[in-house]
Each structure stands twice: as structure tokens, then as C-alpha cells.
Design a protein around this ligand. Sequence first.
Ligand SMILES: Nc1ncnc2c1ncn2[C@@H]1O[C@H](COP(=O)(O)OP(=O)(O)O)[C@@H](O)[C@H]1O
Ligand SMILES: [Mg+2]
Length: 159
Amino acid sequence: MSTPFCVNLSNISATEALGTALAHLCVPGRQLCLDGPLGAGKSTLARAIIEQVCGPQLDIPSPTFTIVQPYDALAGYEVWHMDLYRLTTAQDALALGIEEAFFDAACLIEWPDKIADLLPATVVTISLSITGELSRRAEIFASEQEQAIMSDMLGSELS
Ligand SMILES: Nc1ncnc2c1ncn2[C@@H]1O[C@H](COP(=O)(O)OP(=O)(O)O)[C@@H](O)[C@H]1O
Ligand SMILES: [Mg+2]
């Protein structure tokens, strides 16, 4: 895998701006894995992507208990926000229909390690770490071409 594209996020607005910039990857058949410890900002990032792709939402709950929360993209496909923290077995994820969602929907996946064996090799992984009370660091693992696009999009506003 190539070297990740790294971004320092000095506050929540920067994390939201990253989500807006990542929204072009949130299309059917693509999976964005959001990695990192509790409080790293995975759900914050997911919310920003969802609002960019689906329009403003009244509420974007963290689907900790329902595991999956679907949204309708403005472009007419489904976006599945998954929080796999409480998933017991990968089999349970299959029962929720995630394999079909991998094809038909765009997927935002928190705690992707829970289904590591089921994930396609083409996932984009955004790994968040906590670097301070309000600061986070994002490492984005994507193809070189996608990283170059992101670098162009983010270079001026976030670096
Ligand atoms: N730069 C930042 N980006 C994202 N969240 C931040 C940032 N700084 C502070 N926070 C806080 O960290 C928490 C992140 O929560 P959340 O997005 O639910 O994380 P996760 O889904 O990774 O557990 C929120 O309380 C948010 O206000
Ligand atoms: Mg979360």
C-alpha cells in the first residue's frame, strides 16, 4: 500500500471540511472505512460526508445500537452509515445485508476491523487519531490517483 495522505485537523470545522472533501468518494460500490479510537471523530466525519451527499439532515444519530442507518443521497442512491462497535460476529453483519450494500450503496463504516474478512480490497481507509483536546490527525489510505485529487482539494484549506 502506498504512503497515506495525512492531514492535521486543528478543530471540528477542519474535520467537517475533510468530510466535505471526501464526499466525492461516497458513491455506490465504494466503502469508506473510518478507523480510530472512541472520540477520534469518526461519527463527526461521517456526519459531514452524509450532509454533503444527502443534504442537511435533522438528525444523524450514531447507529451504535441499530448498527446500520441508511440515508438517501441527493443523487438517488443509498448511503449506509454503519457503526460496528457492538457487532458480535461478522455473520451478524451479513444478516443485515452488508454484502448487498457493498454493491448498491455507498458505505461509511466505523469499526471496520469487525468485518475485516468481508471488506473488498478497494476500500478507502481514513484513520483518525487524537492529537489534542481539539486536534485530530487523519491518515487517508487510497489509490495514488485518489490521494492526488484529495491533496489538490485539501491543500489550500487544511494543510
Ligand atoms: N478536531 C476534531 N474533530 C472531530 N471531533 C472533535 C475534534 N475536536 C474535538 N472533537 C470532539 O471529539 C468527539 C468526537 O466524537 P465522535 O465523532 O462521536 O467520535 P467517534 O465516532 O470516533 O467515537 C466529539 O465530542 C467532538 O466534539
Ligand atoms: Mg462513532
